[in-house]
Design a protein around this ligand. Structure first.
Ligand code: HEM
Ligand code: NAG
Ligand code: NAG
Ligand code: NAG
Ligand code: NAG
Ligand code: NAG
Length: 509
């Protein structure tokens, strides 16, 4: 057995603990044999890994890819590139009460806990609880960090952007999001709530009065057999982009992007940034409530009627066509009439399609996948161009929140306890990432062709009814009028997730 130790020693290692100087299972083995019986910090991953999602690269493969492009995986906060693999997560929104005190604590107490990308890639180097931090513009301003990050939407904050996102005013917004009072968010993630609670309690006691908790949201992967599925029932997190310098082997059909699509200052990010912003990323947070019993009733009441389908199969097909994938993750483009769970679970095949087919006119034919389907609105693939455009991509890192639907809610077709998606996306440009997908694509009735209607999952018209065509494969011109928004925005904020070295050299001094 060949034992290798990648002894990477950038300055930041000083802050991240001894575990991050080693990577891979092999090195944990070596560590034990060199230093006696060191108990691994973890025996079980803090992440989930549904079959349908591509695996994360091994530490070894990621570091090889990183070395080839100069990406420093010890300096990039861990949440940015791992995608939708969190098990339990707490979003802890805070305001800075005493900036000078906070700066000291940011360096002394928070920075040593920040989990890096590298640390997450092997179980043996994972912390008990992932901790990451991101700041809003008002948070940076409170810290006297006033240089422009080159993104006007970040600078203005999400509340100022509310009229552009399809939300029907701020009545549904969590009150704490209606303004600019949130200075930052701490992300905690682990495999148990206990771990998270312990980590929160010890950080709170270290930070004392330097911050105030403004709001928090606890989130969790759904219980088996729905691990990895969002609350409407569909497997999520399948199609996140491969990133040069991180992903070892892009899966067939996975978008394959320069690191600068997600990380500031890297290849592919052409905006002007201060040097310290390099390897940071804009974090868009949205608390998206989902009306699950109402969504289910809509499917039950409006099955697609097609020869050979039972009523239940017709309802399932309608749901799959609204999303563009079946509950298993199988794309309707490849499995047009029935779910195919074997295809759904296979990451080498479940993303390998472009919406283009021989004997079908790409700009007209919706037999396989509606133009309005959620995954077609948010990633049009060949609809925009071949090869696919490199803009308009985000790294999704959200997680469901709220309990499972109760028997009472199901029977009454009515949500009584809030549940939904704690949506997180990372991108190097809010206008070229989240906003392009939400505002310009999902909320537009004429993207990608006139008359298709908005995205039936996330498209919104400030509360007005949504008229959508293409959902019925037997009659693409037929329209459906949705008077309920099954996804209701409860607001959010735009944040910046800095590199560890930016925290050390800029934000905490
Ligand atoms: C509660 C709200 C939402 C639900 C239930 C939801 C659900 C899903 C599901 C089931 C998938 C398919 C799995 C996958 O391809 O990974 C998906 C894909 C995707 N969603 Fe969402 N989503 C929501 C909100 C959003 C928002 C707000 C955006 C961006 C503005 C977004 C962007 C995307 C993108 C980019 C993909 C991948 C498309 C592809 O690459 O083929 N989603 N979503
Ligand atoms: C911010 O700058 C002002 C003016 O120079 C100074 O008085 C204040 O102490 C600074 N605050 C922090 C947290 O650095
Ligand atoms: C964690 O803390 C929250 C909030 O204080 C509490 O509701 C929950 O019961 C705690 N969970 C565990 C497992 O202790
Ligand atoms: C992904 O992009 C990189 C850099 O452009 C390229 O070297 C690699 O061959 C691409 N991989 C695939 C599978 O397209
Ligand atoms: C759409 O394309 C399919 C092949 O994917 C073909 O069988 C069908 O006839 C086409 N429908 C129309 C209306 O052109
Ligand atoms: C719930 O919706 C189903 C499907 O439309 C219907 O059969 C049932 O009567 C509804 N239940 C109530 C309590 O309205």
């Amino acid at each position: 057995m060949k034992i290798t130790i990648h002894n990477v020693l950038p300055a930041v290692v000083l802050f991240t603990g001894v575990a991050s100087t080693f990577s891979g299972h092999d090195s944990a083995f070596a560590l034990q044999h060199k230093r006696g019986p060191v108990k691994p910090r973890r025996v079980q991953s803090l992440l989930i890994n549904p079959d349908a999602q591509p695996d994360l690269p091994t530490a070894k493969a990621a570091n090889k890819a990183a070395a080839a492009t100069g990406l420093n995986l010890d300096d990039i906060q861990g949440d940015i590139l791992v995608g939708m693999k969190k098990n339990k997560q707490l979003f802890y929104f805070f305001s800075i009460a005493d900036p000078t005190d906070f700066k000291g604590k940011l360096a002394a107490d928070i920075l040593p806990l920040i989990t890096t990308t590298n640390q997450l890639l092997s179980v043996s180097t994972q912390p008990i609880t992932l901790v990451n931090i991101a700041f809003s513009q008002t948070g940076l301003t409170a810290l006297n960090v006033t240089e422009s990050l080159g993104d006007s939407f970040f600078a203005g904050g999400q509340f100022q952007d509310l009229p552009n996102l399809g939300d029907p005013g701020s009545t549904n917004w969590v009150p704490e999001f209606t303004g600019t009072g949130i200075h930052g968010v701490l992300l905690f993630a682990s495999d148990t709530d206990d771990n998270i609670n312990n980590s929160v309690a010890s950080l709170e006691s270290a930070l004392g009065d330097s911050i105030n908790k403004v709001y928090s949201l606890a989130a969790a992967a759904r219980p088996a057999p729905n691990v990895g599925h969002e609350h409407f029932g569909f497997l999520d997190g399948i199609s996140n982009p491969a990133i040069n310098g991180f992903t070892a082997n892009p899966m067939p059909g996975q978008s394959n992007l320069s690191a600068g699509t997600i990380l500031l200052g890297e290849t592919g990010d052409s905006a002007t940034r201060p040097a310290w912003a390099k390897d940071g990323s804009f974090l868009v947070f949205r608390q998206l409530k989902q009306l699950v019993p109402e969504f289910d009733k809509f499917l039950t009441d409006n099955p697609i009627v097609q020869h050979g389908l039972t009523r239940q199969q017709g309802s399932d097909l309608l749901g799959a066509r609204m999303v563009g994938r079946w509950k298993s993750g199988a794309p309707v483009d490849l499995a047009p009439l029935f779910d195919d769970p074997v295809l759904g679970a296979d990451p080498t095949r479940n993303n390998d399609f472009t919406f283009q087919h021989p004997n079908a006119v790409l700009s007209k034919n919706q037999t396989r996948c509606p133009f309005s389907a959620h995954i077609r609105k948010t990633r049009p693939r060949a609809d925009l161009s071949t090869p696919e455009v490199t803009f308009g991509h985000i790294m999704r890192a959200g997680i469901p929140y709220g309990p499972e639907v109760s028997a009472h809610e199901a029977a009454s077709n009515t949500t009584s306890t809030e549940r939904g998606l704690a949506f997180v996306s990372y991108q190097s440009s809010i206008s070229g990432g989240f906003r392009l997908l939400q505002q310009t694509w999902a909320d537009s009735a004429s993207f990608i062709h006139s008359g298709v209607g908005v995205d039936p999952i996330i498209g919104a018209l400030a509360g007005a009814p949504r008229v959508i065509s293409g959902l019925d494969p037997t009659n693409a011109a037929k329209t459906v009028r949705l008077t309920t928004d099954f996804v209701v925005s409860r607001g959010g904020e735009y944040f910046f997730s800095p590199s560890l070295s930016a925290i050390a050299s800029k934000l905490s001094v």
